[in-house]
Design a protein around this ligand. Structure first.
Ligand code: AMP
Length: 192
């Protein structure tokens, strides 16, 4: 099963992706996690990445497309995957769609997490206290939300138009367990 998650930062899509990947036994492919892993490398790239990520801006499309192309062709993805945090720009989405087409990697479902931005700010401030992520403070949050609105929201609209029957919008203000049930129900219905 191949799934894509869209949603603003703090919409809970990471939490849901983790739970669902266990349930379905498929890879949770979080580009944020992959990039955070690279930060400890201590090389030039990691210094650059840290600068971009801690300001709330987006890392270059070139880097992301390369990471994803490698991952999607790897054994880890042979059972399927949940893409969490990619594609995030129109260029990434064009790359992804053509890459998926030429490698016969058809998407099964797209979940679009929808939530009020004020609630997002509150959630991320709460998370910053718990996880001490350097990109979780109020100015950075505002930049990240702004990036979502300008860069990623149009991508989700594109997917909504082009993958209509596979595209499901989820009310992300609900409780974690309720959302999880909703996702699983949608997947089950699609398999009938
Ligand atoms: P996330 O954990 O998905 O919120 O990602 C954390 C940070 O990693 C983002 O604020 C970006 O700086 C960077 N990042 C993650 N995924 C992408 C992507 N697809 N394109 C560009 N930057 C990304």
């Amino acid at each position: 099963m191949k799934i894509v998650f869209f949603g603003p930062p703090g919409s809970g899509k990471g939490t849901q992706a983790k739970l669902l990947s266990k349930e379905l036994n498929i890879l949770h492919l979080s580009t944020g996690d992959i990039l955070r892993d690279k930060l400890s490398d201590g090389d030039l790239l990691s210094i650059k990445l840290k600068e971009v990520m801690s300001s709330g801006n987006l890392v270059s499309d070139e880097i992301l497309n390369q990471i994803i192309a490698e991952k999607l062709m790897s054994k880890e993805c042979s059972n399927g995957y949940i893409l969490d945090g990619y594609p995030r720009t129109i260029l990434q989405s064009e790359f992804f769609i053509s890459f998926a087409k030429s490698n016969e990697l058809n998407l099964d479902i797209i979940f679009n997490f929808k939530i009020d931005f004020k609630l997002v700010e509150e959630r991320i401030m709460h998370r910053s206290k718990q996880e001490q992520r350097s990109d979780d403070n109020i100015d950075v949050i505002k930049t990240r939300i702004d990036k979502y609105i300008k860069e990623t929201y149009p991508v989700s609209q594109f997917f909504s138009k082009n993958f209509g029957q596979k595209f499901f919008t989820i009310d992300a203000s609900q409780e974690v367990s309720k959302i999880q049930k909703e996702l699983i129900n949608i997947i089950k219905k699609g398999q009938k």
